[in-house]
Design a protein around this ligand. Structure first.
Ligand code: CUA
Length: 308
């Protein structure tokens, strides 16, 4: 599954509207450009005779752009998501809060009503409108999944809304689209669209606490997590304290990437990330744990990967 699509490969209703507007503007702009070039060539070759400047200035410079721009505005107005401010019936509401430099994602467990936390990967069911409540914990970020919807700024102290949907299962890559500090470029987000039944199973699994260690090595990893006080920032539900300063790791093993799309979620990459955070993503709020021995790092990486 490719996750590199752009604005002109729309995979949902909101993005399809933007794609249509883009094509109309590209086609219309091309016709007008060709017309202007034709008139320019005609004017350069013309010899003598009146050209009636008032007709050209008023007609070509005022009337024509006035009519065309007003028509485009009226046509595109109903396509704008800003004119659909409330969640439609049956929409899935997902909270997304941007942090420097990762994404906190919140759902409601449909059976208990409890909040379910995850990070950097937003799973959605296909064919159902998804109403995102976007916020920021620090500076201005911008939420942008080109194949699914337009950009929406994420502002501190304010909640913005964005409606999107995916018509087909797939992975849709997004990127923070507002400069937000030194790791702005390493602030990717992935939307994973699944069939509704698969999504329901996934959400039910996310609502459960972390799996117990299945091997002595995994248990050693969990013990290192507690000994290093990783739980002062990261929540692994059922293990240690419940902190929300860093990404929730309760089901980290089921995600595709680490550190907001920065690394693939493999055992080797997890170990590398733990030891060299400040080399991979300088300025991130987590220190490098290069003082830990390789056995401890390996156990931590294995335990985190087992948190499916
Ligand atoms: Cu967050 Cu750029």
């Amino acid at each position: 599954m490719s996750a590199q699509g752009g604005v002109l490969q729309a995979a949902g209703e909101a993005a399809a509207a933007i794609q249509t507007v883009s094509w109309v503007l590209i086609a219309g702009g091309t016709v007008i450009f060709a017309g202007v070039m034709f008139l320019l060539a005609w004017a350069l070759r013309r010899r003598g005779g009146p050209v009636r400047p008032a007709v050209w200035v008023l007609g070509g410079g005022v009337l024509f752009p006035g009519v065309v721009l007003a028509a485009l505005f009226a046509w595109s107005l109903p396509l704008s998501p800003a004119w659909k401010p409330a969640p439609p019936a049956g929409a899935l509401v997902v909270g997304v809060t941007a942090h420097m430099w990762w994404w906190e994602v919140r759902y409601r467990d449909p059976s208990t009503g409890a909040e379910v936390f995850t990070a950097n990967e937003i799973r959605i069911p296909t064919g159902r409108p998804v109403y995102l409540a976007l916020a920021s914990a620090d500076v201005i970020h911008s939420f942008w999944i080109p194949q699914l919807a337009g950009k929406m700024d994420m502002l501190p102290g304010r909640i913005q809304h964005l409606l999107l949907s995916a018509s087909q299962p797939g992975v849709y890559r997004g990127q923070c689209a507002e400069f937000c500090g030194e790791q702005h470029a390493l602030m990717a987000v992935h939307v994973v669209a699944q069939e509704p039944a698969a999504f329901d199973l996934w959400l039910a699994a996310q609502a459960r606490p972390a799996a117990s260690p299945a091997t002595p090595r995994q248990a050693a990893g969990r013990d290192a997590f507690l000994a290093q006080r990783c739980d002062a920032c990261h929540s692994v539900r059922g293990v240690g304290a419940d902190s929300r300063l860093g990404p929730d790791l309760t089901h980290l093993g089921g995600r595709m990437h680490l550190a907001a799309g920065t690394l693939p979620n493999t055992a080797q990459a997890r170990e590398h990330w733990l030891a060299h955070v400040q080399m991979v993503k300088p300025g991130a709020r987590m220190p490098s744990y290069d003082r830990l021995d390789t056995e401890t790092l390996g156990a931590l990486a294995e335990w985190l990967g087992a948190l499916q």
